[in-house]
Design a protein around this ligand. Structure first.
Ligand code: NAD
Ligand code: UDP
Ligand code: UDP
Length: 347
């Protein structure tokens, strides 16, 4: 059976899974589902720069053509409009499976009006991509989430923690959907021998993030730029750990190329309350930005911080970009997208 691992010369001869320096490798054929989204498009940039052929599969539910338009015309790049809930036939070496709206609050549309869209994407979409991986012998990487830990009773969260998730709550289409996706991934590994990798991604931010999907970093940055108050939900003492997108992409690629299945936490262990995040946004964009408190959403996790010892040890990975360094890097992108050619504050 053909597999990307054999092609790259991995296996016992190269137990670290690292590509030896100087080894000339042939470009791979790689599918990135959800490649027109925030994380996917940054991953595509890196894969194309490395010399691989990339096929993006996206239904543009939350992604945008603009995120990958700079590759149009490149013979190594292809874009397919396709919903992963439908079967897909392709011949590839690796599958990065990202397709899934990242936020359970996507304009309150997916989770509240059409919850099954999100759940179906996670379950049926993942099943189809695993079926594809099985048929062609491709290596499959699932982008799971820290949400599988729910409102965690263990802090920081290690991969061995099984989580505290409400199976019938408003967020469960996302949390439980990803938990099922992890289960399917392991079933295909154990039952069909598919080579799999699982990443549990913690809150990630950066340029090309959806401006209005309701996540806290995009909300605060857009609000500060528009001279609107920063909306802090609840008392603002809940915590999250924010990772810059380039760190995540590096982690995903190391995981795919390495020898370990995971799951691996990929996140920045720097932990901030929402009030502290608001302060960093004030320092970065507008010291006069006001804070407005709003009621918090149901089942909101109180704290979240990854234990990344496993990724450090087995992937040789850790984040490099702190929140104070990373936040300014997304501001010009947001300014451009919000104000277009106009100067800040002109609308
Ligand atoms: P995103 O919403 O920007 O990207 C998701 C992409 O998937 C979009 O381009 C969207 O159009 C596409 N998509 C959605 N449903 C689809 C379907 N049925 N068929 C084909 N394409 C579909 O989100 P993102 O932040 O780039 O997240 C990428 C992945 O990482 C997701 O699986 C998400 O769950 C995971 N993740 C992200 C974060 C984060 O903080 N960004 C945290 C944890 C996990
Ligand atoms: N599948 C796909 N592309 C492929 C192979 C399979 O989309 O190249 C889908 C297929 O339609 C099925 C799912 O993946 O719904 C699971 O496939 P598998 O062969 O594991 O299961 P089966 O079809 O035997 O139930
Ligand atoms: N949040 C906030 N203001 C906003 C949006 C979100 O205070 O405008 C809070 C939210 O209640 C949660 C945290 O920020 O406690 C992170 O929310 P997000 O949706 O970004 O990520 P997730 O909850 O999925 O980790």
């Amino acid at each position: 059976k053909f597999s990307s691992a054999h092609r790259l010369g991995f296996g016992s001869a190269n137990p670290t899974g690292k590509i030896p320096l100087g080894l000339k490798r042939k470009g791979l054929r790689i599918v990135v589902t959800g490649g027109a989204g925030f994380v996917g498009s940054h991953l595509v940039d890196r894969l194309i720069a490395r010399g691989d052929s990339v096929i993006v599969v996206d239904n543009f539910f939350t992604g945008r053509k603009q995120n990958v338009m700079h590759h149009f015309g490149n013979p190594n790049f292809e874009l397919i409009r396709h919903d992963v809930v439908e079967p897909l036939l392709l011949e590839v070496d690796q599958i990065y499976h990202l397709a899934c709206p990242a936020s359970p609050h996507v304009n309150c549309f997916v989770s509240l009006t059409k919850p099954c869209v999100l759940h179906k994407t996670n379950v049926v979409g993942t099943l189809n991509m695993l079926g594809l991986a099985k048929r062609v012998g491709a290596r499959f990487l699932l982008t799971s989430t820290s949400e599988v830990y729910g409102d965690p009773l263990q802090h920081p969260q290690k991969e061995t923690y099984w989580g505290n998730v409400n199976p019938i709550g408003v967020r469960s289409c996302y949390d439980e959907g990803k938990r099922t996706a992890e289960t399917l991934t392991m079933d295909y590994h154990r039952g069909a021998g598919v080579e799999v990798r699982i990443a549990r991604i913690f809150n990630t931010y950066g340029p090309r993030m959806c401006i209005d999907d309701g996540r806290v970093v995009s909300n605060f940055v857009a609000q500060a730029l528009r001279k609107e108050p920063l909306t802090v939900y609840g008392d603002g003492k809940q915590t999250r750990s924010f990772q810059y997108v380039s760190d995540l992409v590096e982690g995903l690629m190391r995981l795919m190329e390495g020898e370990h299945i995971g799951p691996f936490n990929l996140g920045n262990p720097g932990e901030f309350t929402m009030l502290e995040l608001a302060e960093v946004v004030q320092e970065t964009i507008d010291p006069n930005a006001k804070i407005e408190f709003r009621p918090n959403t149901e089942d909101d996790p109180h704290k979240r911080k990854p234990d990344i010892s496993r990724a450090k040890e087995l992937l040789g990975w850790e984040p490099k970009v702190s929140l104070r360094k990373g936040l300014p890097l997304m501001v010009s992108d947001f300014r451009q997208r919000i104000f277009g050619d106009h100067k800040e504050g002109s609308n």
